[in-house]
Design a protein around this ligand. Structure first.
Ligand SMILES: Cc1ncc(COP(=O)(O)O)c(C=O)c1O
Length: 455
């Protein structure tokens, strides 16, 4: 078994290295030939086995050209980080280990790495050391898990056992969100039985920040959802003005910080993030700004008992005497050892490396905004983090510019609509982006922007 695995792994390592070596020089968006090549993988179900290395070689030959180079240095679409080298290597090792990381008994190492990473994360983000951390698939599930913990605590305070009795007949919980709440929070609300539409919505300002004076009266049956890093503008809700009052009223405060929470690891942003540490729960993505491979999200909860009660799974064959089980903090039972890559990324970067990565991405974002504006294009947001919204004329010209930029292939950024205006959204989230990458991308953006503007 082992020599077969080793041989296949060597093939995998060789072609993966080849792929990465070519990533900086190729077009970010796959070309027609690359996309057409996918047909070669669409074969009938094979009746007979095929050599494993051959399978990998075919995946590389026909699959790699159809990838978007989002692991490369000039991908600025959505909010998608790259992968730092230690996390990539750790991911291979974690796959070789193939540990079921729901329970300690299945994986002392998987459980230990998540325990250590939890401590490091809480230290990096400067949260209360008593917080519990769950390693989930992404921020959508992190939001869902946190909302379940909130649901548990608010209802347990009214002597209602929601895990046993469900929500039918339960004392009603109010949910308050901002107008620019991320769609994943709405999805999490629907999954947890609150409904997408059954929310009280607070008006926001021109950057998408909740306006504190517009927040309704809060009470001890309210879940208030805030955000650190609005997905278009990167803006932060004004936590110092909101969280303290909300807590005094007895509300549960949740913060969706899919990418913005990482700003807590960089003191440069203390004026934006101050006060969010007083909340009850937070969602973040390690696969975004910590630059670990997909899928890796984090839910952090001050009230350990609430998250554990909301997530615990009981069965006669599961250990209920253990002091710590990873599955107490996540919706899943069986899962991969996600903490391995988080551990490797944090250990290889260190506190200063994480902070530098955040700071560097934001410096690149400011440069994008400055030079695009100097070239005559309109910047729609205050560039406070890693997000830039740029407009290349009217809606049609902006759409055309985005198409030209994507076709050009030097870099990739997508479109969005911000306050009724179409814009291109640049999100700088990769450790790999250098000053030279920004120079090359700016040249392409300005050239394509001018071409679209001239039409
Ligand atoms: C602010 C915010 N919240 C939540 C999410 C959802 O994260 P995921 O796609 O990892 O579930 C995103 C994704 O872009 C986001 O930007």
């Amino acid at each position: 078994m082992s020599s077969k695995c080793q041989q296949t792994l060597q093939t995998g390592a060789k072609i993966a290295s080849q792929y990465l070596a070519e990533l900086s020089d190729r077009a970010v968006q796959p070309n027609e030939d690359g996309l057409n090549g996918l047909a070669a993988l669409d074969v009938d179900l094979p009746d007979l086995p095929q050599d494993s290395s051959e399978v990998l070689n075919e995946l590389h030959a026909h699959g790699s050209p159809a990838t978007i180079a989002s692991a490369g240095p000039r991908y600025f679409g959505f909010v998608i980080g790259g992968v730092v080298p230690a996390a990539l290597g750790a991911s291979v090792l974690a796959s070789a280990w193939d540990q079921n990381t729901g329970m300690q008994v299945c994986t002392p190492i998987g459980a230990k790495l998540e325990e250590i990473s939890s401590r490091w994360l809480i230290d990096l983000l400067r949260f209360d050391p008593a917080c519990g951390v769950g390693f989930v698939t992404g921020a959508t599930v992190a939001n869902f898990t946190a909302i379940c913990a909130a649901r548990h605590r608010l209802l347990a305070n009214k002597d209602w056992d929601v895990e046993q009795e469900g929500l039918f007949g339960a004392p009603p919980i109010r949910v308050v969100v901002g107008e620019q709440v991320h769609a994943s929070v709405k999805k999490a609300l629907s999954l947890s039985g609150f409904g997408r539409a059954r929310v009280e919505t607070v008006a926001v300002d021109d950057q998408g920040r909740m306006i504190p004076s517009r927040i309704p009266e809060l009470d001890d049956m309210t879940l208030l959802c805030l955000q650190a890093g609005e997905v278009n503008t990167g803006a932060f809700d004004p936590f110092t003005e909101i969280v303290g009052h909300a807590k005094e009223a007895g509300a549960w405060v949740h913060v969706d910080g899919a990418f913005g929470l990482w700003a807590r690891a960089c003191s440069e942003f203390d004026n934006k993030t101050a006060g969010l540490e007083l909340a009850d729960s937070w969602a973040a993505d390690a696969h975004k700004w910590l630059n670990v491979p997909y899928d890796s999200g984090l839910v952090i909860c001050r009230d350990r008992e609430a998250i554990v009660n909301a997530m615990t799974i009981k069965a006669p064959y599961l250990d209920d005497k253990s002091p710590y089980e990873p599955c107490w903090f996540t919706p899943e039972l069986s899962r991969r050892a996600r903490g391995t890559e988080v551990y490797a990324a944090i250990r290889s970067l260190g506190r200063s490396g994480v902070s530098d990565m955040i700071s560097r991405c934001c410096r690149h974002a400011r440069r994008f905004a400055g030079e695009l504006e100097a070239s005559g294009f309109e910047i729609l947001n205050d560039v406070v983090l890693n997000q830039v919204l740029v407009r290349f004329g009217d809606d049609q010209q902006t759409k055309r510019a985005i198409e030209l930029i994507q076709q050009d292939g030097t870099c990739w950024a997508g479109g969005t609509t911000w306050q009724g205006k179409h814009a291109m959204r640049i999100s700088v989230s990769s450790w790999a982006t250098t000053d030279e990458d920004v120079t090359a991308s700016l040249e392409a953006m300005i050239r394509c922007g001018k071409q679209a503007y001239a039409c």
